[in-house]
Design a protein. Structure first.
Lengths: 411, 380
């Protein structure tokens, strides 16, 4: 046969080329450096345990897979039908069959022992140093810190959202649940994923070796904006964490009288405070009596909750961590900070210069237009008059200016 | 004149038209038009297929020649008897009855009708495959048995299980286990006897099994008609402030279960210990505490364990809400477990729609009539 005869037809060559290019793209995709949700880059003890397990298992499974594929490919090519007579058929080869039963069983036992051991290690609760409640709802996460001696001591409950702030190098236990449908909490660099189920409390250990921000994503399809239901864990040195705790528990600072922020406080109270709680916010009745402004999201939202905005500008994200509160430049400054400087930069919060006003303004103007939600009046009529997500409030640009000025002071 | 295929589609078209008319006349629900459009669309599609079949003579080129359909060997074999027209008629009857009576019968009729049509179609096709009836039967079996056997097996199993469940639900709580044991023993002994008598004729085994199955199904049917035994649900939770305020025994307490089914995965375990102190333990903390944090707007499963030597109940104060204008108390809801015996446990599912900020008195657990036995609940 001549050399020319052995070449594949042009069409097959093109197909083969496309397959090889696709496979190469997939393989090379695994080499990406900027991959904040890379499960192969553990940044904490728990994720490291998973990594230490999955790497050898992946290796063994990969080698076996390659061997099996190679043997199948060899058999397909070597013994393909060329019109040759049917070879002699045989049945049963006890020694081979027993060997092929025992070998996989041994491999599975070999994989099973460290797997079970890791599962038990990851379920350990006795060494907990800090407890945080995590509640999922469509389409954001709420984090509340109960009163405890752990976490360096928390004297009053703290409620926040968007970013889970934890002390670095500390064994944190998350108590996970959900208010509406099943979600799944996953920050790949810190641990595996865990479902959050209404009416059930699941636990997940969390520990970060170094200060920094670790990205995550809801991994259980939960409706329209599942893809926008992100989360970020922010690890701070324990001393910085204490600063953060103290900041969260500071008394409410009312805006200066006559300022734009003061107008924003009134606008916020009239439009936003039905659902969003700002601790310490009060209202004064015509008779001079002062009463606290209490949000009643249970009357307006299916999940019965809306993000607490008391310290909004201490976070770097809003709307379920879908958008950054910081401009890109300021965000990079925080995300790429060396560990020893990270706490200082993060605790600076969001200043007027660093505020991502474009996205925040669009969100306040018409939230459902920015993030897919079930939050129009027609849609709410299908769920007992309650919204899934934030509805458009019909605010004018002047009111939006006021609210942004007010929120900018929520440090 | 009409080919075999076109006859089938003529029948289907007529059926769809009749169904559309019957449906339009009998059903006046909001979305009747959806079914109407579906049935009319089916009629149009089936009539279109009927036309094509007539035009191309069932795609049989040879069929254009009269000899192929009248004198060929395959055309000479007489079709065998078929039960499918009768089954189809039964399905049709069920559809009509279901339209009048209940949707379940209507749906069952549709299923029976579709099965009959499909089986009849395959039978007709197989009987025209060749002039050899044995070969025709074999190709039908090759196509249909992989479908029929699993489905029939599953249906048979479901009927037996359903019949057995009706029997168990009919019997009293005491008789149920005894009958369960007797039937189980009979099946085991019967199976053993069949297995030990290798020479037993298959027909004998089949006959006995059939009689047993029929007996089970008919007994189940009779007991299903007669109905389930009365089952009383005894609540283990009360929202009556009078009941919750004391540890005096009430009628509800006498009957309440002292066991807990959903005891795993609780948000908090409230413990009343031998020193008449009330504490709470939450997941992740081994320590006893006098403050519990429960999430807002979320069902929180709570377990109460009574480790004291007296029967007590756990009361939960679900807030005190006042009218901000007048300062008067508008509501003060409570809930509580029934009396829990010493070493007993009980379960509550709590939901706090509003944070602790909204209540003028703290949310709390307490044991009535025991001073200091209180645990505060913080709802962030």
């Amino acid at each position: 046969m001549s050399r020319r005869d052995t070449r594949l037809p042009a069409r097959r060559r093109r197909t083969l080329g496309a397959v090889v290019a696709g496979a190469a793209a997939l393989v090379l995709g695994g080499c990406a450096q900027d991959a904040p949700q890379d499960t192969w880059q553990p940044a904490g003890d728990n994720a490291q345990k998973i990594h230490d397990l999955q790497w050898p298992v992946f290796l063994v499974a990969g080698v076996i897979g390659v061997i099996v594929l190679a043997v199948v490919a060899f058999a397909v090519v070597r013994f393909r039908d060329r019109g040759q007579p049917m070879p002699e058929q045989s049945h049963g080869k006890p020694a081979l069959e027993i060997a092929l039963t025992i070998l996989p069983a041994l491999i599975l036992v070999g994989v099973g022992i460290p797997t079970v051991s890791t599962v038990f290690d990851l379920a350990e609760e006795a060494d907990t140093e800090c407890i945080i409640n995590v509640t999922g709802q469509q389409w954001w996460w709420e984090y509340d810190y109960p009163v405890q001696d752990g976490c360096g001591g928390i004297s009053a409950p703290i409620v926040t959202s968007g970013q889970l702030v934890i002390p670095a190098d500390t064994n944190v236990l998350l108590r996970l649940t959900s208010r509406d449908v099943i979600h799944s909490f996953w920050i790949p660099k810190l641990n595996g994923k865990k479902d959050t189920v209404p009416g059930r409390v699941h636990t997940l250990r969390m520990q970060a070796d170094e200060p920094g921000i670790y990205a995550g994503q809801c991994t259980e399809f939960c409706g329209l904006s599942h893809a926008n239901m992100k989360m970020e864990a922010v690890a701070l040195f324990p001393a910085d964490f204490q600063t953060w705790v103290a900041n969260q528990l500071e008394d409410y600072q009312a805006p200066a009288e006559g300022s734009l922020a003061a107008e924003g406080e009134a606008t916020f109270t009239a439009n936003c405070a039905y659902c969003h709680q700002v601790n310490g916010l009060t209202t004064t009745a015509p008779d001079g009596s002062v009463t606290p402004v209490l949000a009643n999201p249970d009357e307006f939202v299916v999940s019965g909750a809306a993000p607490n905005l008391t310290n909004l500008m201490t976070r770097n994200t809003f709307a379920g961590a879908t958008w950054d509160l910081l401009t890109e430049e300021c965000r990079d400054r925080v995300w790429n900070a060396p560990p020893e400087e990270f706490g200082e930069r993060y605790l600076a919060g969001v200043s007027a210069d660093c505020l991502n006003e474009v996205d925040l303004r669009e969100w306040i103007r018409n939230a459902p237009a920015k993030k897919p939600m079930y939050a129009t009046a027609d849609q709410a009529a299908n769920s007992g008059g309650k919204f899934r997500g934030m509805p458009a409030l019909g605010l004018n640009e002047s009111q939006i200016d006021q609210i942004i000025a007010y929120l900018l002071e929520r440090h | 004149m009409f080919t075999t295929g076109s006859k089938l589609f003529i029948g289907g078209t007529v059926l769809a038209v009749v169904a559309a008319i019957v449906f339009a006349v009998s059903y006046d629900g909001d979305r009747a038009w959806v079914a109407g459009i579906g049935l009319i669309a089916a009629a149009i599609a089936l009539s279109f297929l009927m036309g094509i079949n007539l035009w191309v003579r069932d795609s049989n080129v040879g069929g254009m020649q009269a000899d192929a359909t009248t004198t060929s060997a395959a055309a000479q074999s007489r079709p065998g008897n078929s039960m499918w027209p009768i089954v189809g008629a039964l399905g049709g009857a069920l559809v009509v009855i279901g339209i009048v009576a209940t949707p379940v019968v209507f749906k069952a009729g549709i299923v029976v009708l579709l099965i009959a049509l499909f089986e009849w179609l395959v039978q007709s096709w197989s009987e025209r495959a060749s002039a050899d009836p044995a070969f025709n039967a074999s190709i039908r079996a090759r196509l249909m048995h992989p479908l029929e056997f699993p489905v029939l097996g599953a249906v048979g199993l479901a009927v037996i299980i359903y019949s057995f469940s009706r029997i168990m639900l009919f019997l009293s709580k005491e008789a149920g286990p005894a009958v369960f044991v007797v039937i189980g023993a009979l099946i085991t002994v019967g199976g053993f006897l069949f297995a030990s008598k290798a020479t037993l004729k298959t027909s004998v085994v089949a006959g006995i099994s059939t009689i047993a199955a029929l007996g089970l199904v008919s007994t189940g049917a009779v007991m299903a008609i007669d109905g389930e035994r009365d089952m009383h649900e005894y609540p283990t939770v009360s929202n009556d402030p009078t009941v919750c305020s004391s540890n005096a025994e009430t009628e509800t307490d006498e009957r309440a279960s002292q066991t807990v089914a959903a005891k795993s995965n609780v948000a908090a375990t409230v413990i009343f210990n031998a020193d008449r102190q009330l504490y709470v333990q939450q997941i992740g903390t081994g320590a006893y505490s006098r403050v519990a944090t429960l999430q807002r707007s979320n069902p929180s499963p709570v377990m109460f364990r009574n480790l004291s030597d007296e029967a007590v109940r756990l009361k939960v104060n679900l807030g005190t809400f006042t009218d901000p204008a007048t300062g008067t108390v508008t509501s003060q809801p409570v809930t509580c477990t029934t009396l829990v015996e010493p070493d007993g446990r009980q379960f509550l599912s709590l939901q706090f729609p509003k944070s602790s900020l909204a209540t003028t008195q703290p949310y709390s657990f307490e044991v009535p009539e025991v001073e200091g036995a209180t645990v505060e609940i913080v709802v962030p």
